[in-house]
Write a protein of this length. Structure first.
Lengths: 170, 393
C-alpha cells in the first residue's frame, strides 16, 4: 500500500519534467527527462524530502551500424540517478551523446554526490559541468587521458600499450 | 589568504601502514592539535570487478562478486543472486531463503566482532582486542563447519543455496550463540562504563541526524545518528520477510553510540539465528534456473554489516550480464569522516576512522579535498595510533 503512495508522490513531484516513464517492478519507477531538467528535478525531490540519492549508475550504449558500416545511431551515454524512499526507488535517467556528454553537476544540491560523479567521469567519460572535484578517484594517476574503461569499446590496456608501441615504431 | 594557506600543516598517513591492514592515504591539515581539514585518497586496490563481470557468465560472476570483500562476502553474493533470480522470474525455496539469512547474520556477527576488536586496538585497549577476536573465532568455526570455508563461504548459488543445516549443527550454533550473548553483555558493560574507553568515545565525532542524512550515511553509522535506514526493515528481502528484524536506533550520534548500536545489533542477530534454527521448515534448497537470463534491468539492495549494499544488474538476454553496478556502504560513510574530523584533535583520528568500520577492498573508490600546501611531517598509522594513546594516557 505504502509503496504505491511513495511512488505516486514522487511521480507528482517530478510530473512536469517526465518525458517517458516505466514501472518494471512494484517498487520501481524509471523516468526519462531531458538533460537540462535534471537539476530542477533533483532539487524538487530534495526539497520535498523524497528519499535519498543511492548512487549514480553509468551506462554505455555503443553506436549502431548498418550492414554497410554506416552509423545509424550515434553512441550514447546514460546516467541513472537512483533515489530511494524506504523500499521505493525512483530512477531519473538522462541520455547524452558521445559527442557532447555534458550533464549539470548536482553537488550543490547533494554534496555527497561528488564521489559518484567522479566515478562516472572517470569510467565513462561524462562531462559534469561545475562539479567541484575532477581528480582521479579510482584509476591510477598514470591512466591515459580519454580512455574510459567501462565503455563497451574498451577491452584492456594491453591494446593501448601495443598500439603505442606500434605508433612509436611508425 | 595565501599567507594563511602556506601556514597549513599537513600530516600525511599511509598509504602503506604497518598497522592498518589495508591501503589508504589520509591527509589531515592541523592547526596545532586541532584538525581543520581532512582528505582521503583510496583506489590502491581497485580491481575492475564491474568490468570483469561483463565478460563472464552469471555463475562465474557470482563467485567473482563474492570476492569483492573478504569480510562481507556473503551479502555481495546475496544481492547478486536476488537480482538475477528476479530477472529470471525464479523464486528460491523458503528453506534456501532462511539459510541465506542465517549466513548473513553469522557474517554480521563476525564482521561486528572484527570491527570491535580493531576499534579497541586503535583505542590502545589491546586486551579487549584479544578478547573479541578470540570470541570471533567461535563464529568463524561455525561458518567453517557450515560451509567448509572461513571467508568465502559460497553459500549462494543461482536459484538457492548449496549448504544445509542439520540438527547437530543447529544445536552447536545455538550453544555458541548463548556463549556469544554472554560475552556481548560483558562488552556492552565495558563500552558504556569503562572510563578510559568512554574518554575516547563519548561526545567524540558527533554526527547530527540532519548531517548524517545530508552526507548520505548508511548502516550503523547512520543508525547511531537516529537515521532510520536498514534495508532489512525498510525493504525486507529474502528470508527477512519471514524472519523480521528490529531496527536498532540511537539518537546520540557520537562514537559511543556507534559502538552501542553495533553491539545491540549483535543481540538482534543472536535472537534471529535462534529463531531461524527453531522455525526453519524442511524442504528443497534449490530450484532450476536457466543459463540465459531474460532481458531487463533490476535493482537489488541488501543490508551489509556496514550498511546498504546496492546492486544494479542489466541483462541483454545472454549468459553474460550487460552491466553490473555495485555501490558499497563504506563509500557513503567516508563522506561523514571528512565532515566529522574537522574540529577534533589529531589524537582522535584513529578512533574516528575506525568508528565507521571502513572497508577498503569493499569499494576503494573515494578521494576528498586536498589542500595545496606542502606536507611537513610524515607519520605512519602506527605512529598516529600511538600518538592518540599517549595523548589520552
Amino acid at each position: 500500500m505504502e509503496t504505491i503512495k511513495f511512488l505516486e508522490s514522487g511521480k507528482v513531484i517530478l510530473e512536469k519534467w517526465i518525458e517517458r516513464s516505466r514501472t518494471t517492478d512494484e517498487n520501481r519507477l524509471d523516468i526519462w527527462i531531458s538533460t537540462e531538467n535534471l537539476k530542477p528535478a533533483v532539487q524538487s525531490l530534495v526539497e520535498n524530502h523524497w528519499g535519498y540519492l543511492i548512487t549514480i549508475t553509468g551506462l554505455d550504449i555503443p553506436a549502431v551500424y548498418d550492414q554497410d558500416n554506416i552509423e545509424i545511431q550515434p553512441g550514447q551515454l546514460e546516467a541513472l540517478y537512483h533515489f530511494a524512499n524506504d523500499a521505493d526507488i525512483i530512477t531519473i535517467r538522462v541520455k547524452v551523446p558521445y559527442s557532447k556528454p555534458q550533464i549539470d553537476s548536482i553537488c550543490d544540491i547533494i554534496p555527497s554526490a561528488t564521489i559518484y560523479e567522479r566515478e562516472v567521469i572517470e569510467l565513462f567519460g561524462f562531462d559534469l559541468l561545475n562539479t567541484p572535484n575532477t581528480e582521479k578517484l579510482i584509476l591510477p594517476d598514470s591512466w591515459p587521458e580519454g580512455v574510459y574503461p567501462l565503455r563497451k569499446s574498451f577491452t584492456h590496456l594491453q591494446d593501448l600499450e601495443t598500439s603505442k608501441k606500434e605508433q612509436s615504431n611508425d | 589568504m595565501t599567507e594563511a594557506k602556506k601556514e597549513k600543516f599537513i600530516v600525511p598517513i599511509g598509504p602503506q601502514h604497518p598497522a592498518l591492514k589495508e591501503p589508504g592515504n589520509f591527509e589531515f591539515t592541523v592547526d596545532g592539535e586541532i584538525v581543520t581539514d581532512a582528505a582521503v585518497r583510496l583506489g590502491f586496490v581497485h580491481r575492475g570487478i564491474e568490468k570483469a563481470c561483463e565478460n563472464r557468465n552469471y555463475t562465474q560472476d557470482l563467485y567473482l562478486l563474492e570476492r569483492v570483500c573478504g569480510i562481507c562476502s556473503h551479502v555481495h553474493a546475496t544481492a547478486f543472486v536476488l537480482g538475477v533470480e528476479k530477472l529470471a522470474g525464479v523464486q528460491a525455496p523458503p528453506r534456501a531463503e532462511a539459510i541465506r539469512v542465517l549466513a548473513a547474520e553469522l557474517e554480521r556477527i563476525h564482521s561486528h566482532l572484527l570491527w570491535f576488536g580493531v576499534a579497541a586496538h586503535e583505542a590502545g585497549f589491546d586486551t579487549l582486542f584479544m578478547y573479541t577476536w578470540r570470541d570471533r573465532e567461535v563464529v568463524m568455526d561455525i561458518l567453517e563447519t557450515l560451509s567448509g570455508s572461513r571467508v568465502h563461504y559460497s553459500v549462494n548459488i543461482l536459484g538457492g543455496v548449496k549448504i544445509d543445516v542439520d540438527q547437530k549443527l543447529s544445536d552447536l550454533i545455538k550453544k555458541d550463540m548463548d556463549f556469544l550473548e554472554e560475552r556481548t553483555e560483558y562488552y556492552m558493560k565495558v563500552v558504556t562504563t569503562d572510563d578510559t574507553f568512554l574518554g575516547r568515545t563519548r561526545g567524540i565525532g558527533t554526527l547530527s541526524k540532519d548531517r548524517a542524512k545530508l552526507l548520505g550515511a548508511v548502516g550503523p553509522t547512520a543508525r547511531a545518528s537516529g537515521v532510520k535506514r536498514d534495508i532489512r526493515v525498510n525493504a525486507p528481502y529474502s528470508g527477512y520477510k519471514e524472519f523480521p528484524v528490529k531496527m536498532v536506533i540511537d539518537q546520540t550520534g557520537d562514537l559511543e553510540a556507534r559502538f552501542v548500536v553495533r553491539l545491540k545489533e549483535l543481540y538482534e542477530s543472536y535472537r534471529l539465528i535462534r529463531e531461524i534454527l527453531e522455525k526453519i521448515q524442511p524442504g528443497e534448497i534449490t530450484t532450476r534456473i536457466k543459463r540465459k537470463i531474460p532481458e531487463g534491468e533490476v535493482i537489488s539492495r541488501v543490508e551489509a554489516p556496514r550498511g546498504e549494499l546496492f546492486y544494479y544488474i542489466k541483462s541483454n538476454g545472454t549468459e553474460m550480464p550487460d552491466r553490473v553496478k555495485v555501490r558499497t556502504p563504506s563509500l557513503c560513510n567516508w563522506g561523514t569522516i571528512t565532515d566529522v574530523a574537522v574540529g577534533h584533535k589529531l589524537a582522535d583520528m584513529p578512533m574516528l576512522l575506525a568508528g565507521i568500520d571502513p572497508c577498503f577492498s569493499c569499494n576503494d573508490r573515494m578521494v576528498e579535498i586536498r589542500s595545496d600546501s606542502q606536507p611537513s611531517q610524515m607519520m605512519n598509522w602506527d605512529g598516529l595510533r600511538k600518538y592518540g594513546i599517549e595523548y589520552y594516557r
